[in-house]
Design a protein around this ligand. Structure first.
Ligand SMILES: C[S@@+](CC[C@H](N)C(=O)[O-])C[C@H]1O[C@@H](n2cnc3c(N)ncnc32)[C@H](O)[C@@H]1O
Length: 239
């Protein structure tokens, strides 16, 4: 397995991202039996929310062509109305919303979402996290109430912290603290989520080596392109 790919050739449409998408399904199969309709875990319940960008169609094809979701349970969102209009033309049988996801969380199209793939590429531990998390927590809370479980696939830019004058270990520690607080909000009193559950003490030091890819606690650190920033992905099932 390689974590490297050529971002100059294809920004988010590359081998590293294919491995990343496949891993979502592996985690959901291992950890979220409630999210599958059948014992063989071939068909998912509820809807999947994807931030689209240029390559979110790859996730849709993985799910819909793979028979995992019917097309009308894939919800694609993006800031860019032209991009969403093009997707609607290409895939009229899926759900499409343009605008800021954080302003759309109460829309009818999102009521049955159980998997939230949030890869907006915000900076790890960045200032937007609190606002983003509060809105996403509302979607997750609703999913847990209605469907017994929900999954968040949260991908953030680890190396962006260096541009902000912060060290990756401090940023990742802060990220884990904020995410634990926000996910706790979504889980209510059903479960206790502590920062150390996501990032055991000392694990934040692993990405200090700029060449490090692999696991830091529950965060998968991977490189989305050969020379690009490293990403930190947390996949968490709430119930
Ligand atoms: C990295 S791309 C998505 C890649 C895609 N999910 C995939 O797996 O290939 C992120 C996209 O989400 C959009 N985006 C980020 N935050 C958003 C938000 N809060 N609401 C709507 N779109 C957002 C960005 O503009 C960008 O087009």
């Amino acid at each position: 397995m390689t974590h490297a790919s050529d971002r100059q050739r294809d920004h988010f449409d590359n081998e590293a991202k294919t491995i990343y998408r496949d891993r979502h399904l592996a985690v959901l199969r291992e950890q979220a039996a409630e999210l599958w309709e059948d014992d063989g875990q071939t068909r998912m319940r509820g809807a999947w929310l994807e931030l689209m960008g240029a390559s979110g169609w790859r996730t849709r094809d993985m799910l819909v062509d793979g028979g995992i979701l019917p097309p009308d349970r894939f919800v694609g969102v993006d800031f860019d109305p032209a991009r969403i209009a093009a997707y609607r033309d290409r895939y009229p049988d899926s759900r499409w919303l343009s605008g800021d996801l954080l302003d759309l969380v109460d829309r009818d199209e999102l009521q049955d979402v159980v998997v939230l793939h949030y890869d907006g590429y915000d900076a790890v531990g960045g200032p937007r996290l609190q606002h983003v998390g509060a809105q996403l927590a509302a979607v997750l809370r609703r999913a847990v109430t209605r469907h017994a479980a929900a999954a968040i696939l949260w991908n953030a830019d680890l190396d962006a912290c260096r541009l902000q004058g912060r060290r990756p270990d401090d940023a990742l520690r802060h990220h884990a603290e904020l995410l634990a607080r926000l996910l706790q909000e979504a889980a209510g009193n059903r479960r206790v989520i502590l920062p150390a559950d996501l990032l055991p003490r000392g694990e934040e030091l692993r990405p200090l080596d700029p060449g490090f890819v692999g696991w830091a606690g529950s965060f998968e650190i991977y490189r989305g392109s050969a020379r690009g920033h490293r990403m930190a992905c947390l996949r968490l099932v709430l119930r």
